[in-house]
Design a protein around this ligand. Structure first.
Ligand SMILES: Cc1cc2nc3c(=O)[nH]c(=O)nc-3n(C[C@H](O)[C@H](O)[C@H](O)COP(=O)(O)OP(=O)(O)OC[C@H]3O[C@@H](n4cnc5c(N)ncnc54)[C@H](O)[C@@H]3O)c2cc1C
Length: 404
């Protein structure tokens, strides 16, 4: 979320970098609206290919959903009924992650804590075994890598879990990153590639001429561009950011999370763990992220007692050791969520490209999204793996194209 909207009760794990307050230039090849994970991933790739790229961010870089995430790259653990459209894109993007990681670490000189330690989805008590079995059958039918574990087999992998864990599904290919490290690395990689980043300045309106989007208005300044990329997360549907007649079915879905500090005494998990209520993700710096609530409440800011209680209760149900762990930070953020929870990637109007709606999978989908938008700009068409992700799937008439 934007800094302006952050509740004073939130303690967030922000980026340790100073503000970027450069003056807006008159022109760039590409203007990216939004300095989140998606905006920076695209900006970096386009600048590497030689384009003059300007990122305009209303708050601070990453202050939207991107620094609120857990960083799971988990297409198998997250696969559920109704996500058939998303799964091939999710698997394609996971396949692209090792190359994305190598390029990002090489370009930035910074680590991102990419871990391939897999995920285990748990059943607690006898009642949940049937639900887990249903999920396992779905995963197997979809061709996702997954293995059934008995309760003792789960505890052999994760000895800190309670004996009430009756079964689990091991998803060996699911991976994770540390969002703070990814955002710091992306910021650095963007700077090295020559991307200009201006923070604390919102884009108020698009500039249009002859039926094309030809730039933006931000803080009373006009910036001309050959292309504008709308990557404003949950705020992408705001009126000034779209031509008249064009609507994006994107809304905020709030998530609250917290980070616990593990020590040698408390121990930690060896990989990601999911229950029906929470996920837990151990990071290499000793942090254990417990997330996340799913709240369809608009842009209602802040961490609530109920949210934290649900997370802690859900975690303690399987991991009693959390009682000894220090609470390091609590926060909330707004997932950018489309009507079918899958992203929207397209040229929505001449000169205006859109990359938003990544919901709870922005990290997983960042490499594929950046590659798809680069192809769209270079070749004028989406690559095959991203073609199903235009608004056409919602039956949207393309009124934006006709707007002058
Ligand atoms: C609690 C939580 C847990 C999550 N966990 C995971 C996970 O484990 N794995 C995963 O893959 N994904 C996860 N996600 C989802 C992921 O964080 C998002 O999908 C991703 O960060 C979206 O990135 P974005 O760049 O599109 O949006 P954002 O990060 O929200 O960036 C959009 C930016 O646009 C800026 N902006 C808005 N309006 C304007 C304007 N008019 N002018 C200029 N700038 C503007 C905002 O300030 C913001 O910084 C999680 C999300 C949450 C909230």
């Amino acid at each position: 979320m934007s800094d302006l909207l952050t509740s004073p009760f939130e303690r967030r794990r922000g980026l340790a970098v100073g503000p970027h307050a450069a003056a807006l230039p008159e022109r760039a090849d590409v203007v990216v609206v939004g300095g989140g994970l998606i905006g920076l991933s695209i900006a970096w790739r386009l600048a590497q290919a030689g384009r003059a790229v300007l990122v305009i961010e209303r708050g601070r870089v990453g202050s939207g959903a991107s620094l609120a995430a857990t960083g799971m790259l988990a297409p198998a653990a997250e696969h559920e009924p109704g996500s058939d459209l998303l799964l091939p894109l999710a698997l394609e993007s996971l396949r692209r992650w090792p190359a994305f990681r190598d390029a990002l670490q090489a370009a930035s000189g910074l680590p991102i804590d990419y871990r391939e330690d897999g995920a285990v989805v748990l059943a607690v008590g006898r009642d949940e075994v049937e639900r887990l079995r249903f999920r396992y059958d779905l995963q197997r039918r979809s061709g996702v890598a997954a293995a059934w574990l008995s309760g003792p087999q789960v505890r052999a992998r994760e000895p800190l879990l309670r004996p009430n864990v009756t079964a689990g599904i091991h998803c060996p290919l699911d991976a994770q990153v540390d969002p703070r490290l990814v955002m710091a690395a992306l910021l650095r990689a963007c700077e090295v590639a020559g991307v200009s980043i201006v923070e604390a300045t919102g884009v108020d309106a698009l500039d249009r001429a002859g039926g094309r989007v030809v730039g933006v208005w931000a803080g009373g300044v006009r910036v001309g561009a050959e292309a504008v990329i709308l990557a404003a997360g949950a705020w992408s549907g705001e009126p000034g950011l779209l031509p008249d007649g064009l609507a994006l079915p994107v809304r905020p879905i709030k998530g609250q999370s917290l980070a616990l500090r593990t020590t040698r005494r408390t121990g930690t998990l060896s990989g990601m763990v999911w229950t029906a209520e929470v996920h837990m993700a151990p990071k290499s710096d000793g942090g254990l992220i417990v997330g996340a609530t799913v709240e369809d409440c608009g842009f209602k800011v802040g961490v609530t007692a109920g949210g934290l209680f649900a997370l802690l209760e859900g975690a303690r149900r399987v991991l009693p050791g959390i009682e000894e762990m220090e609470v390091e930070a609590v926060w909330s953020g707004f997932r950018p969520t489309s009507d079918d929870d899958a992203p929207i990637i397209e040229e929505a109007a001449p000169g205006l490209l859109v990359a938003t709606g990544h919901h709870r999978n922005g990290y997983l989908l960042a490499p594929a999204t950046a590659d798809a938008v680069t192809d769209l700009l270079d070749a004028g068409a989406l690559p095959a793996f991203a073609r199903g992700f235009t608004r056409a799937r919602f039956g949207t008439r393309d009124e934006g194209r006709a707007v002058a």
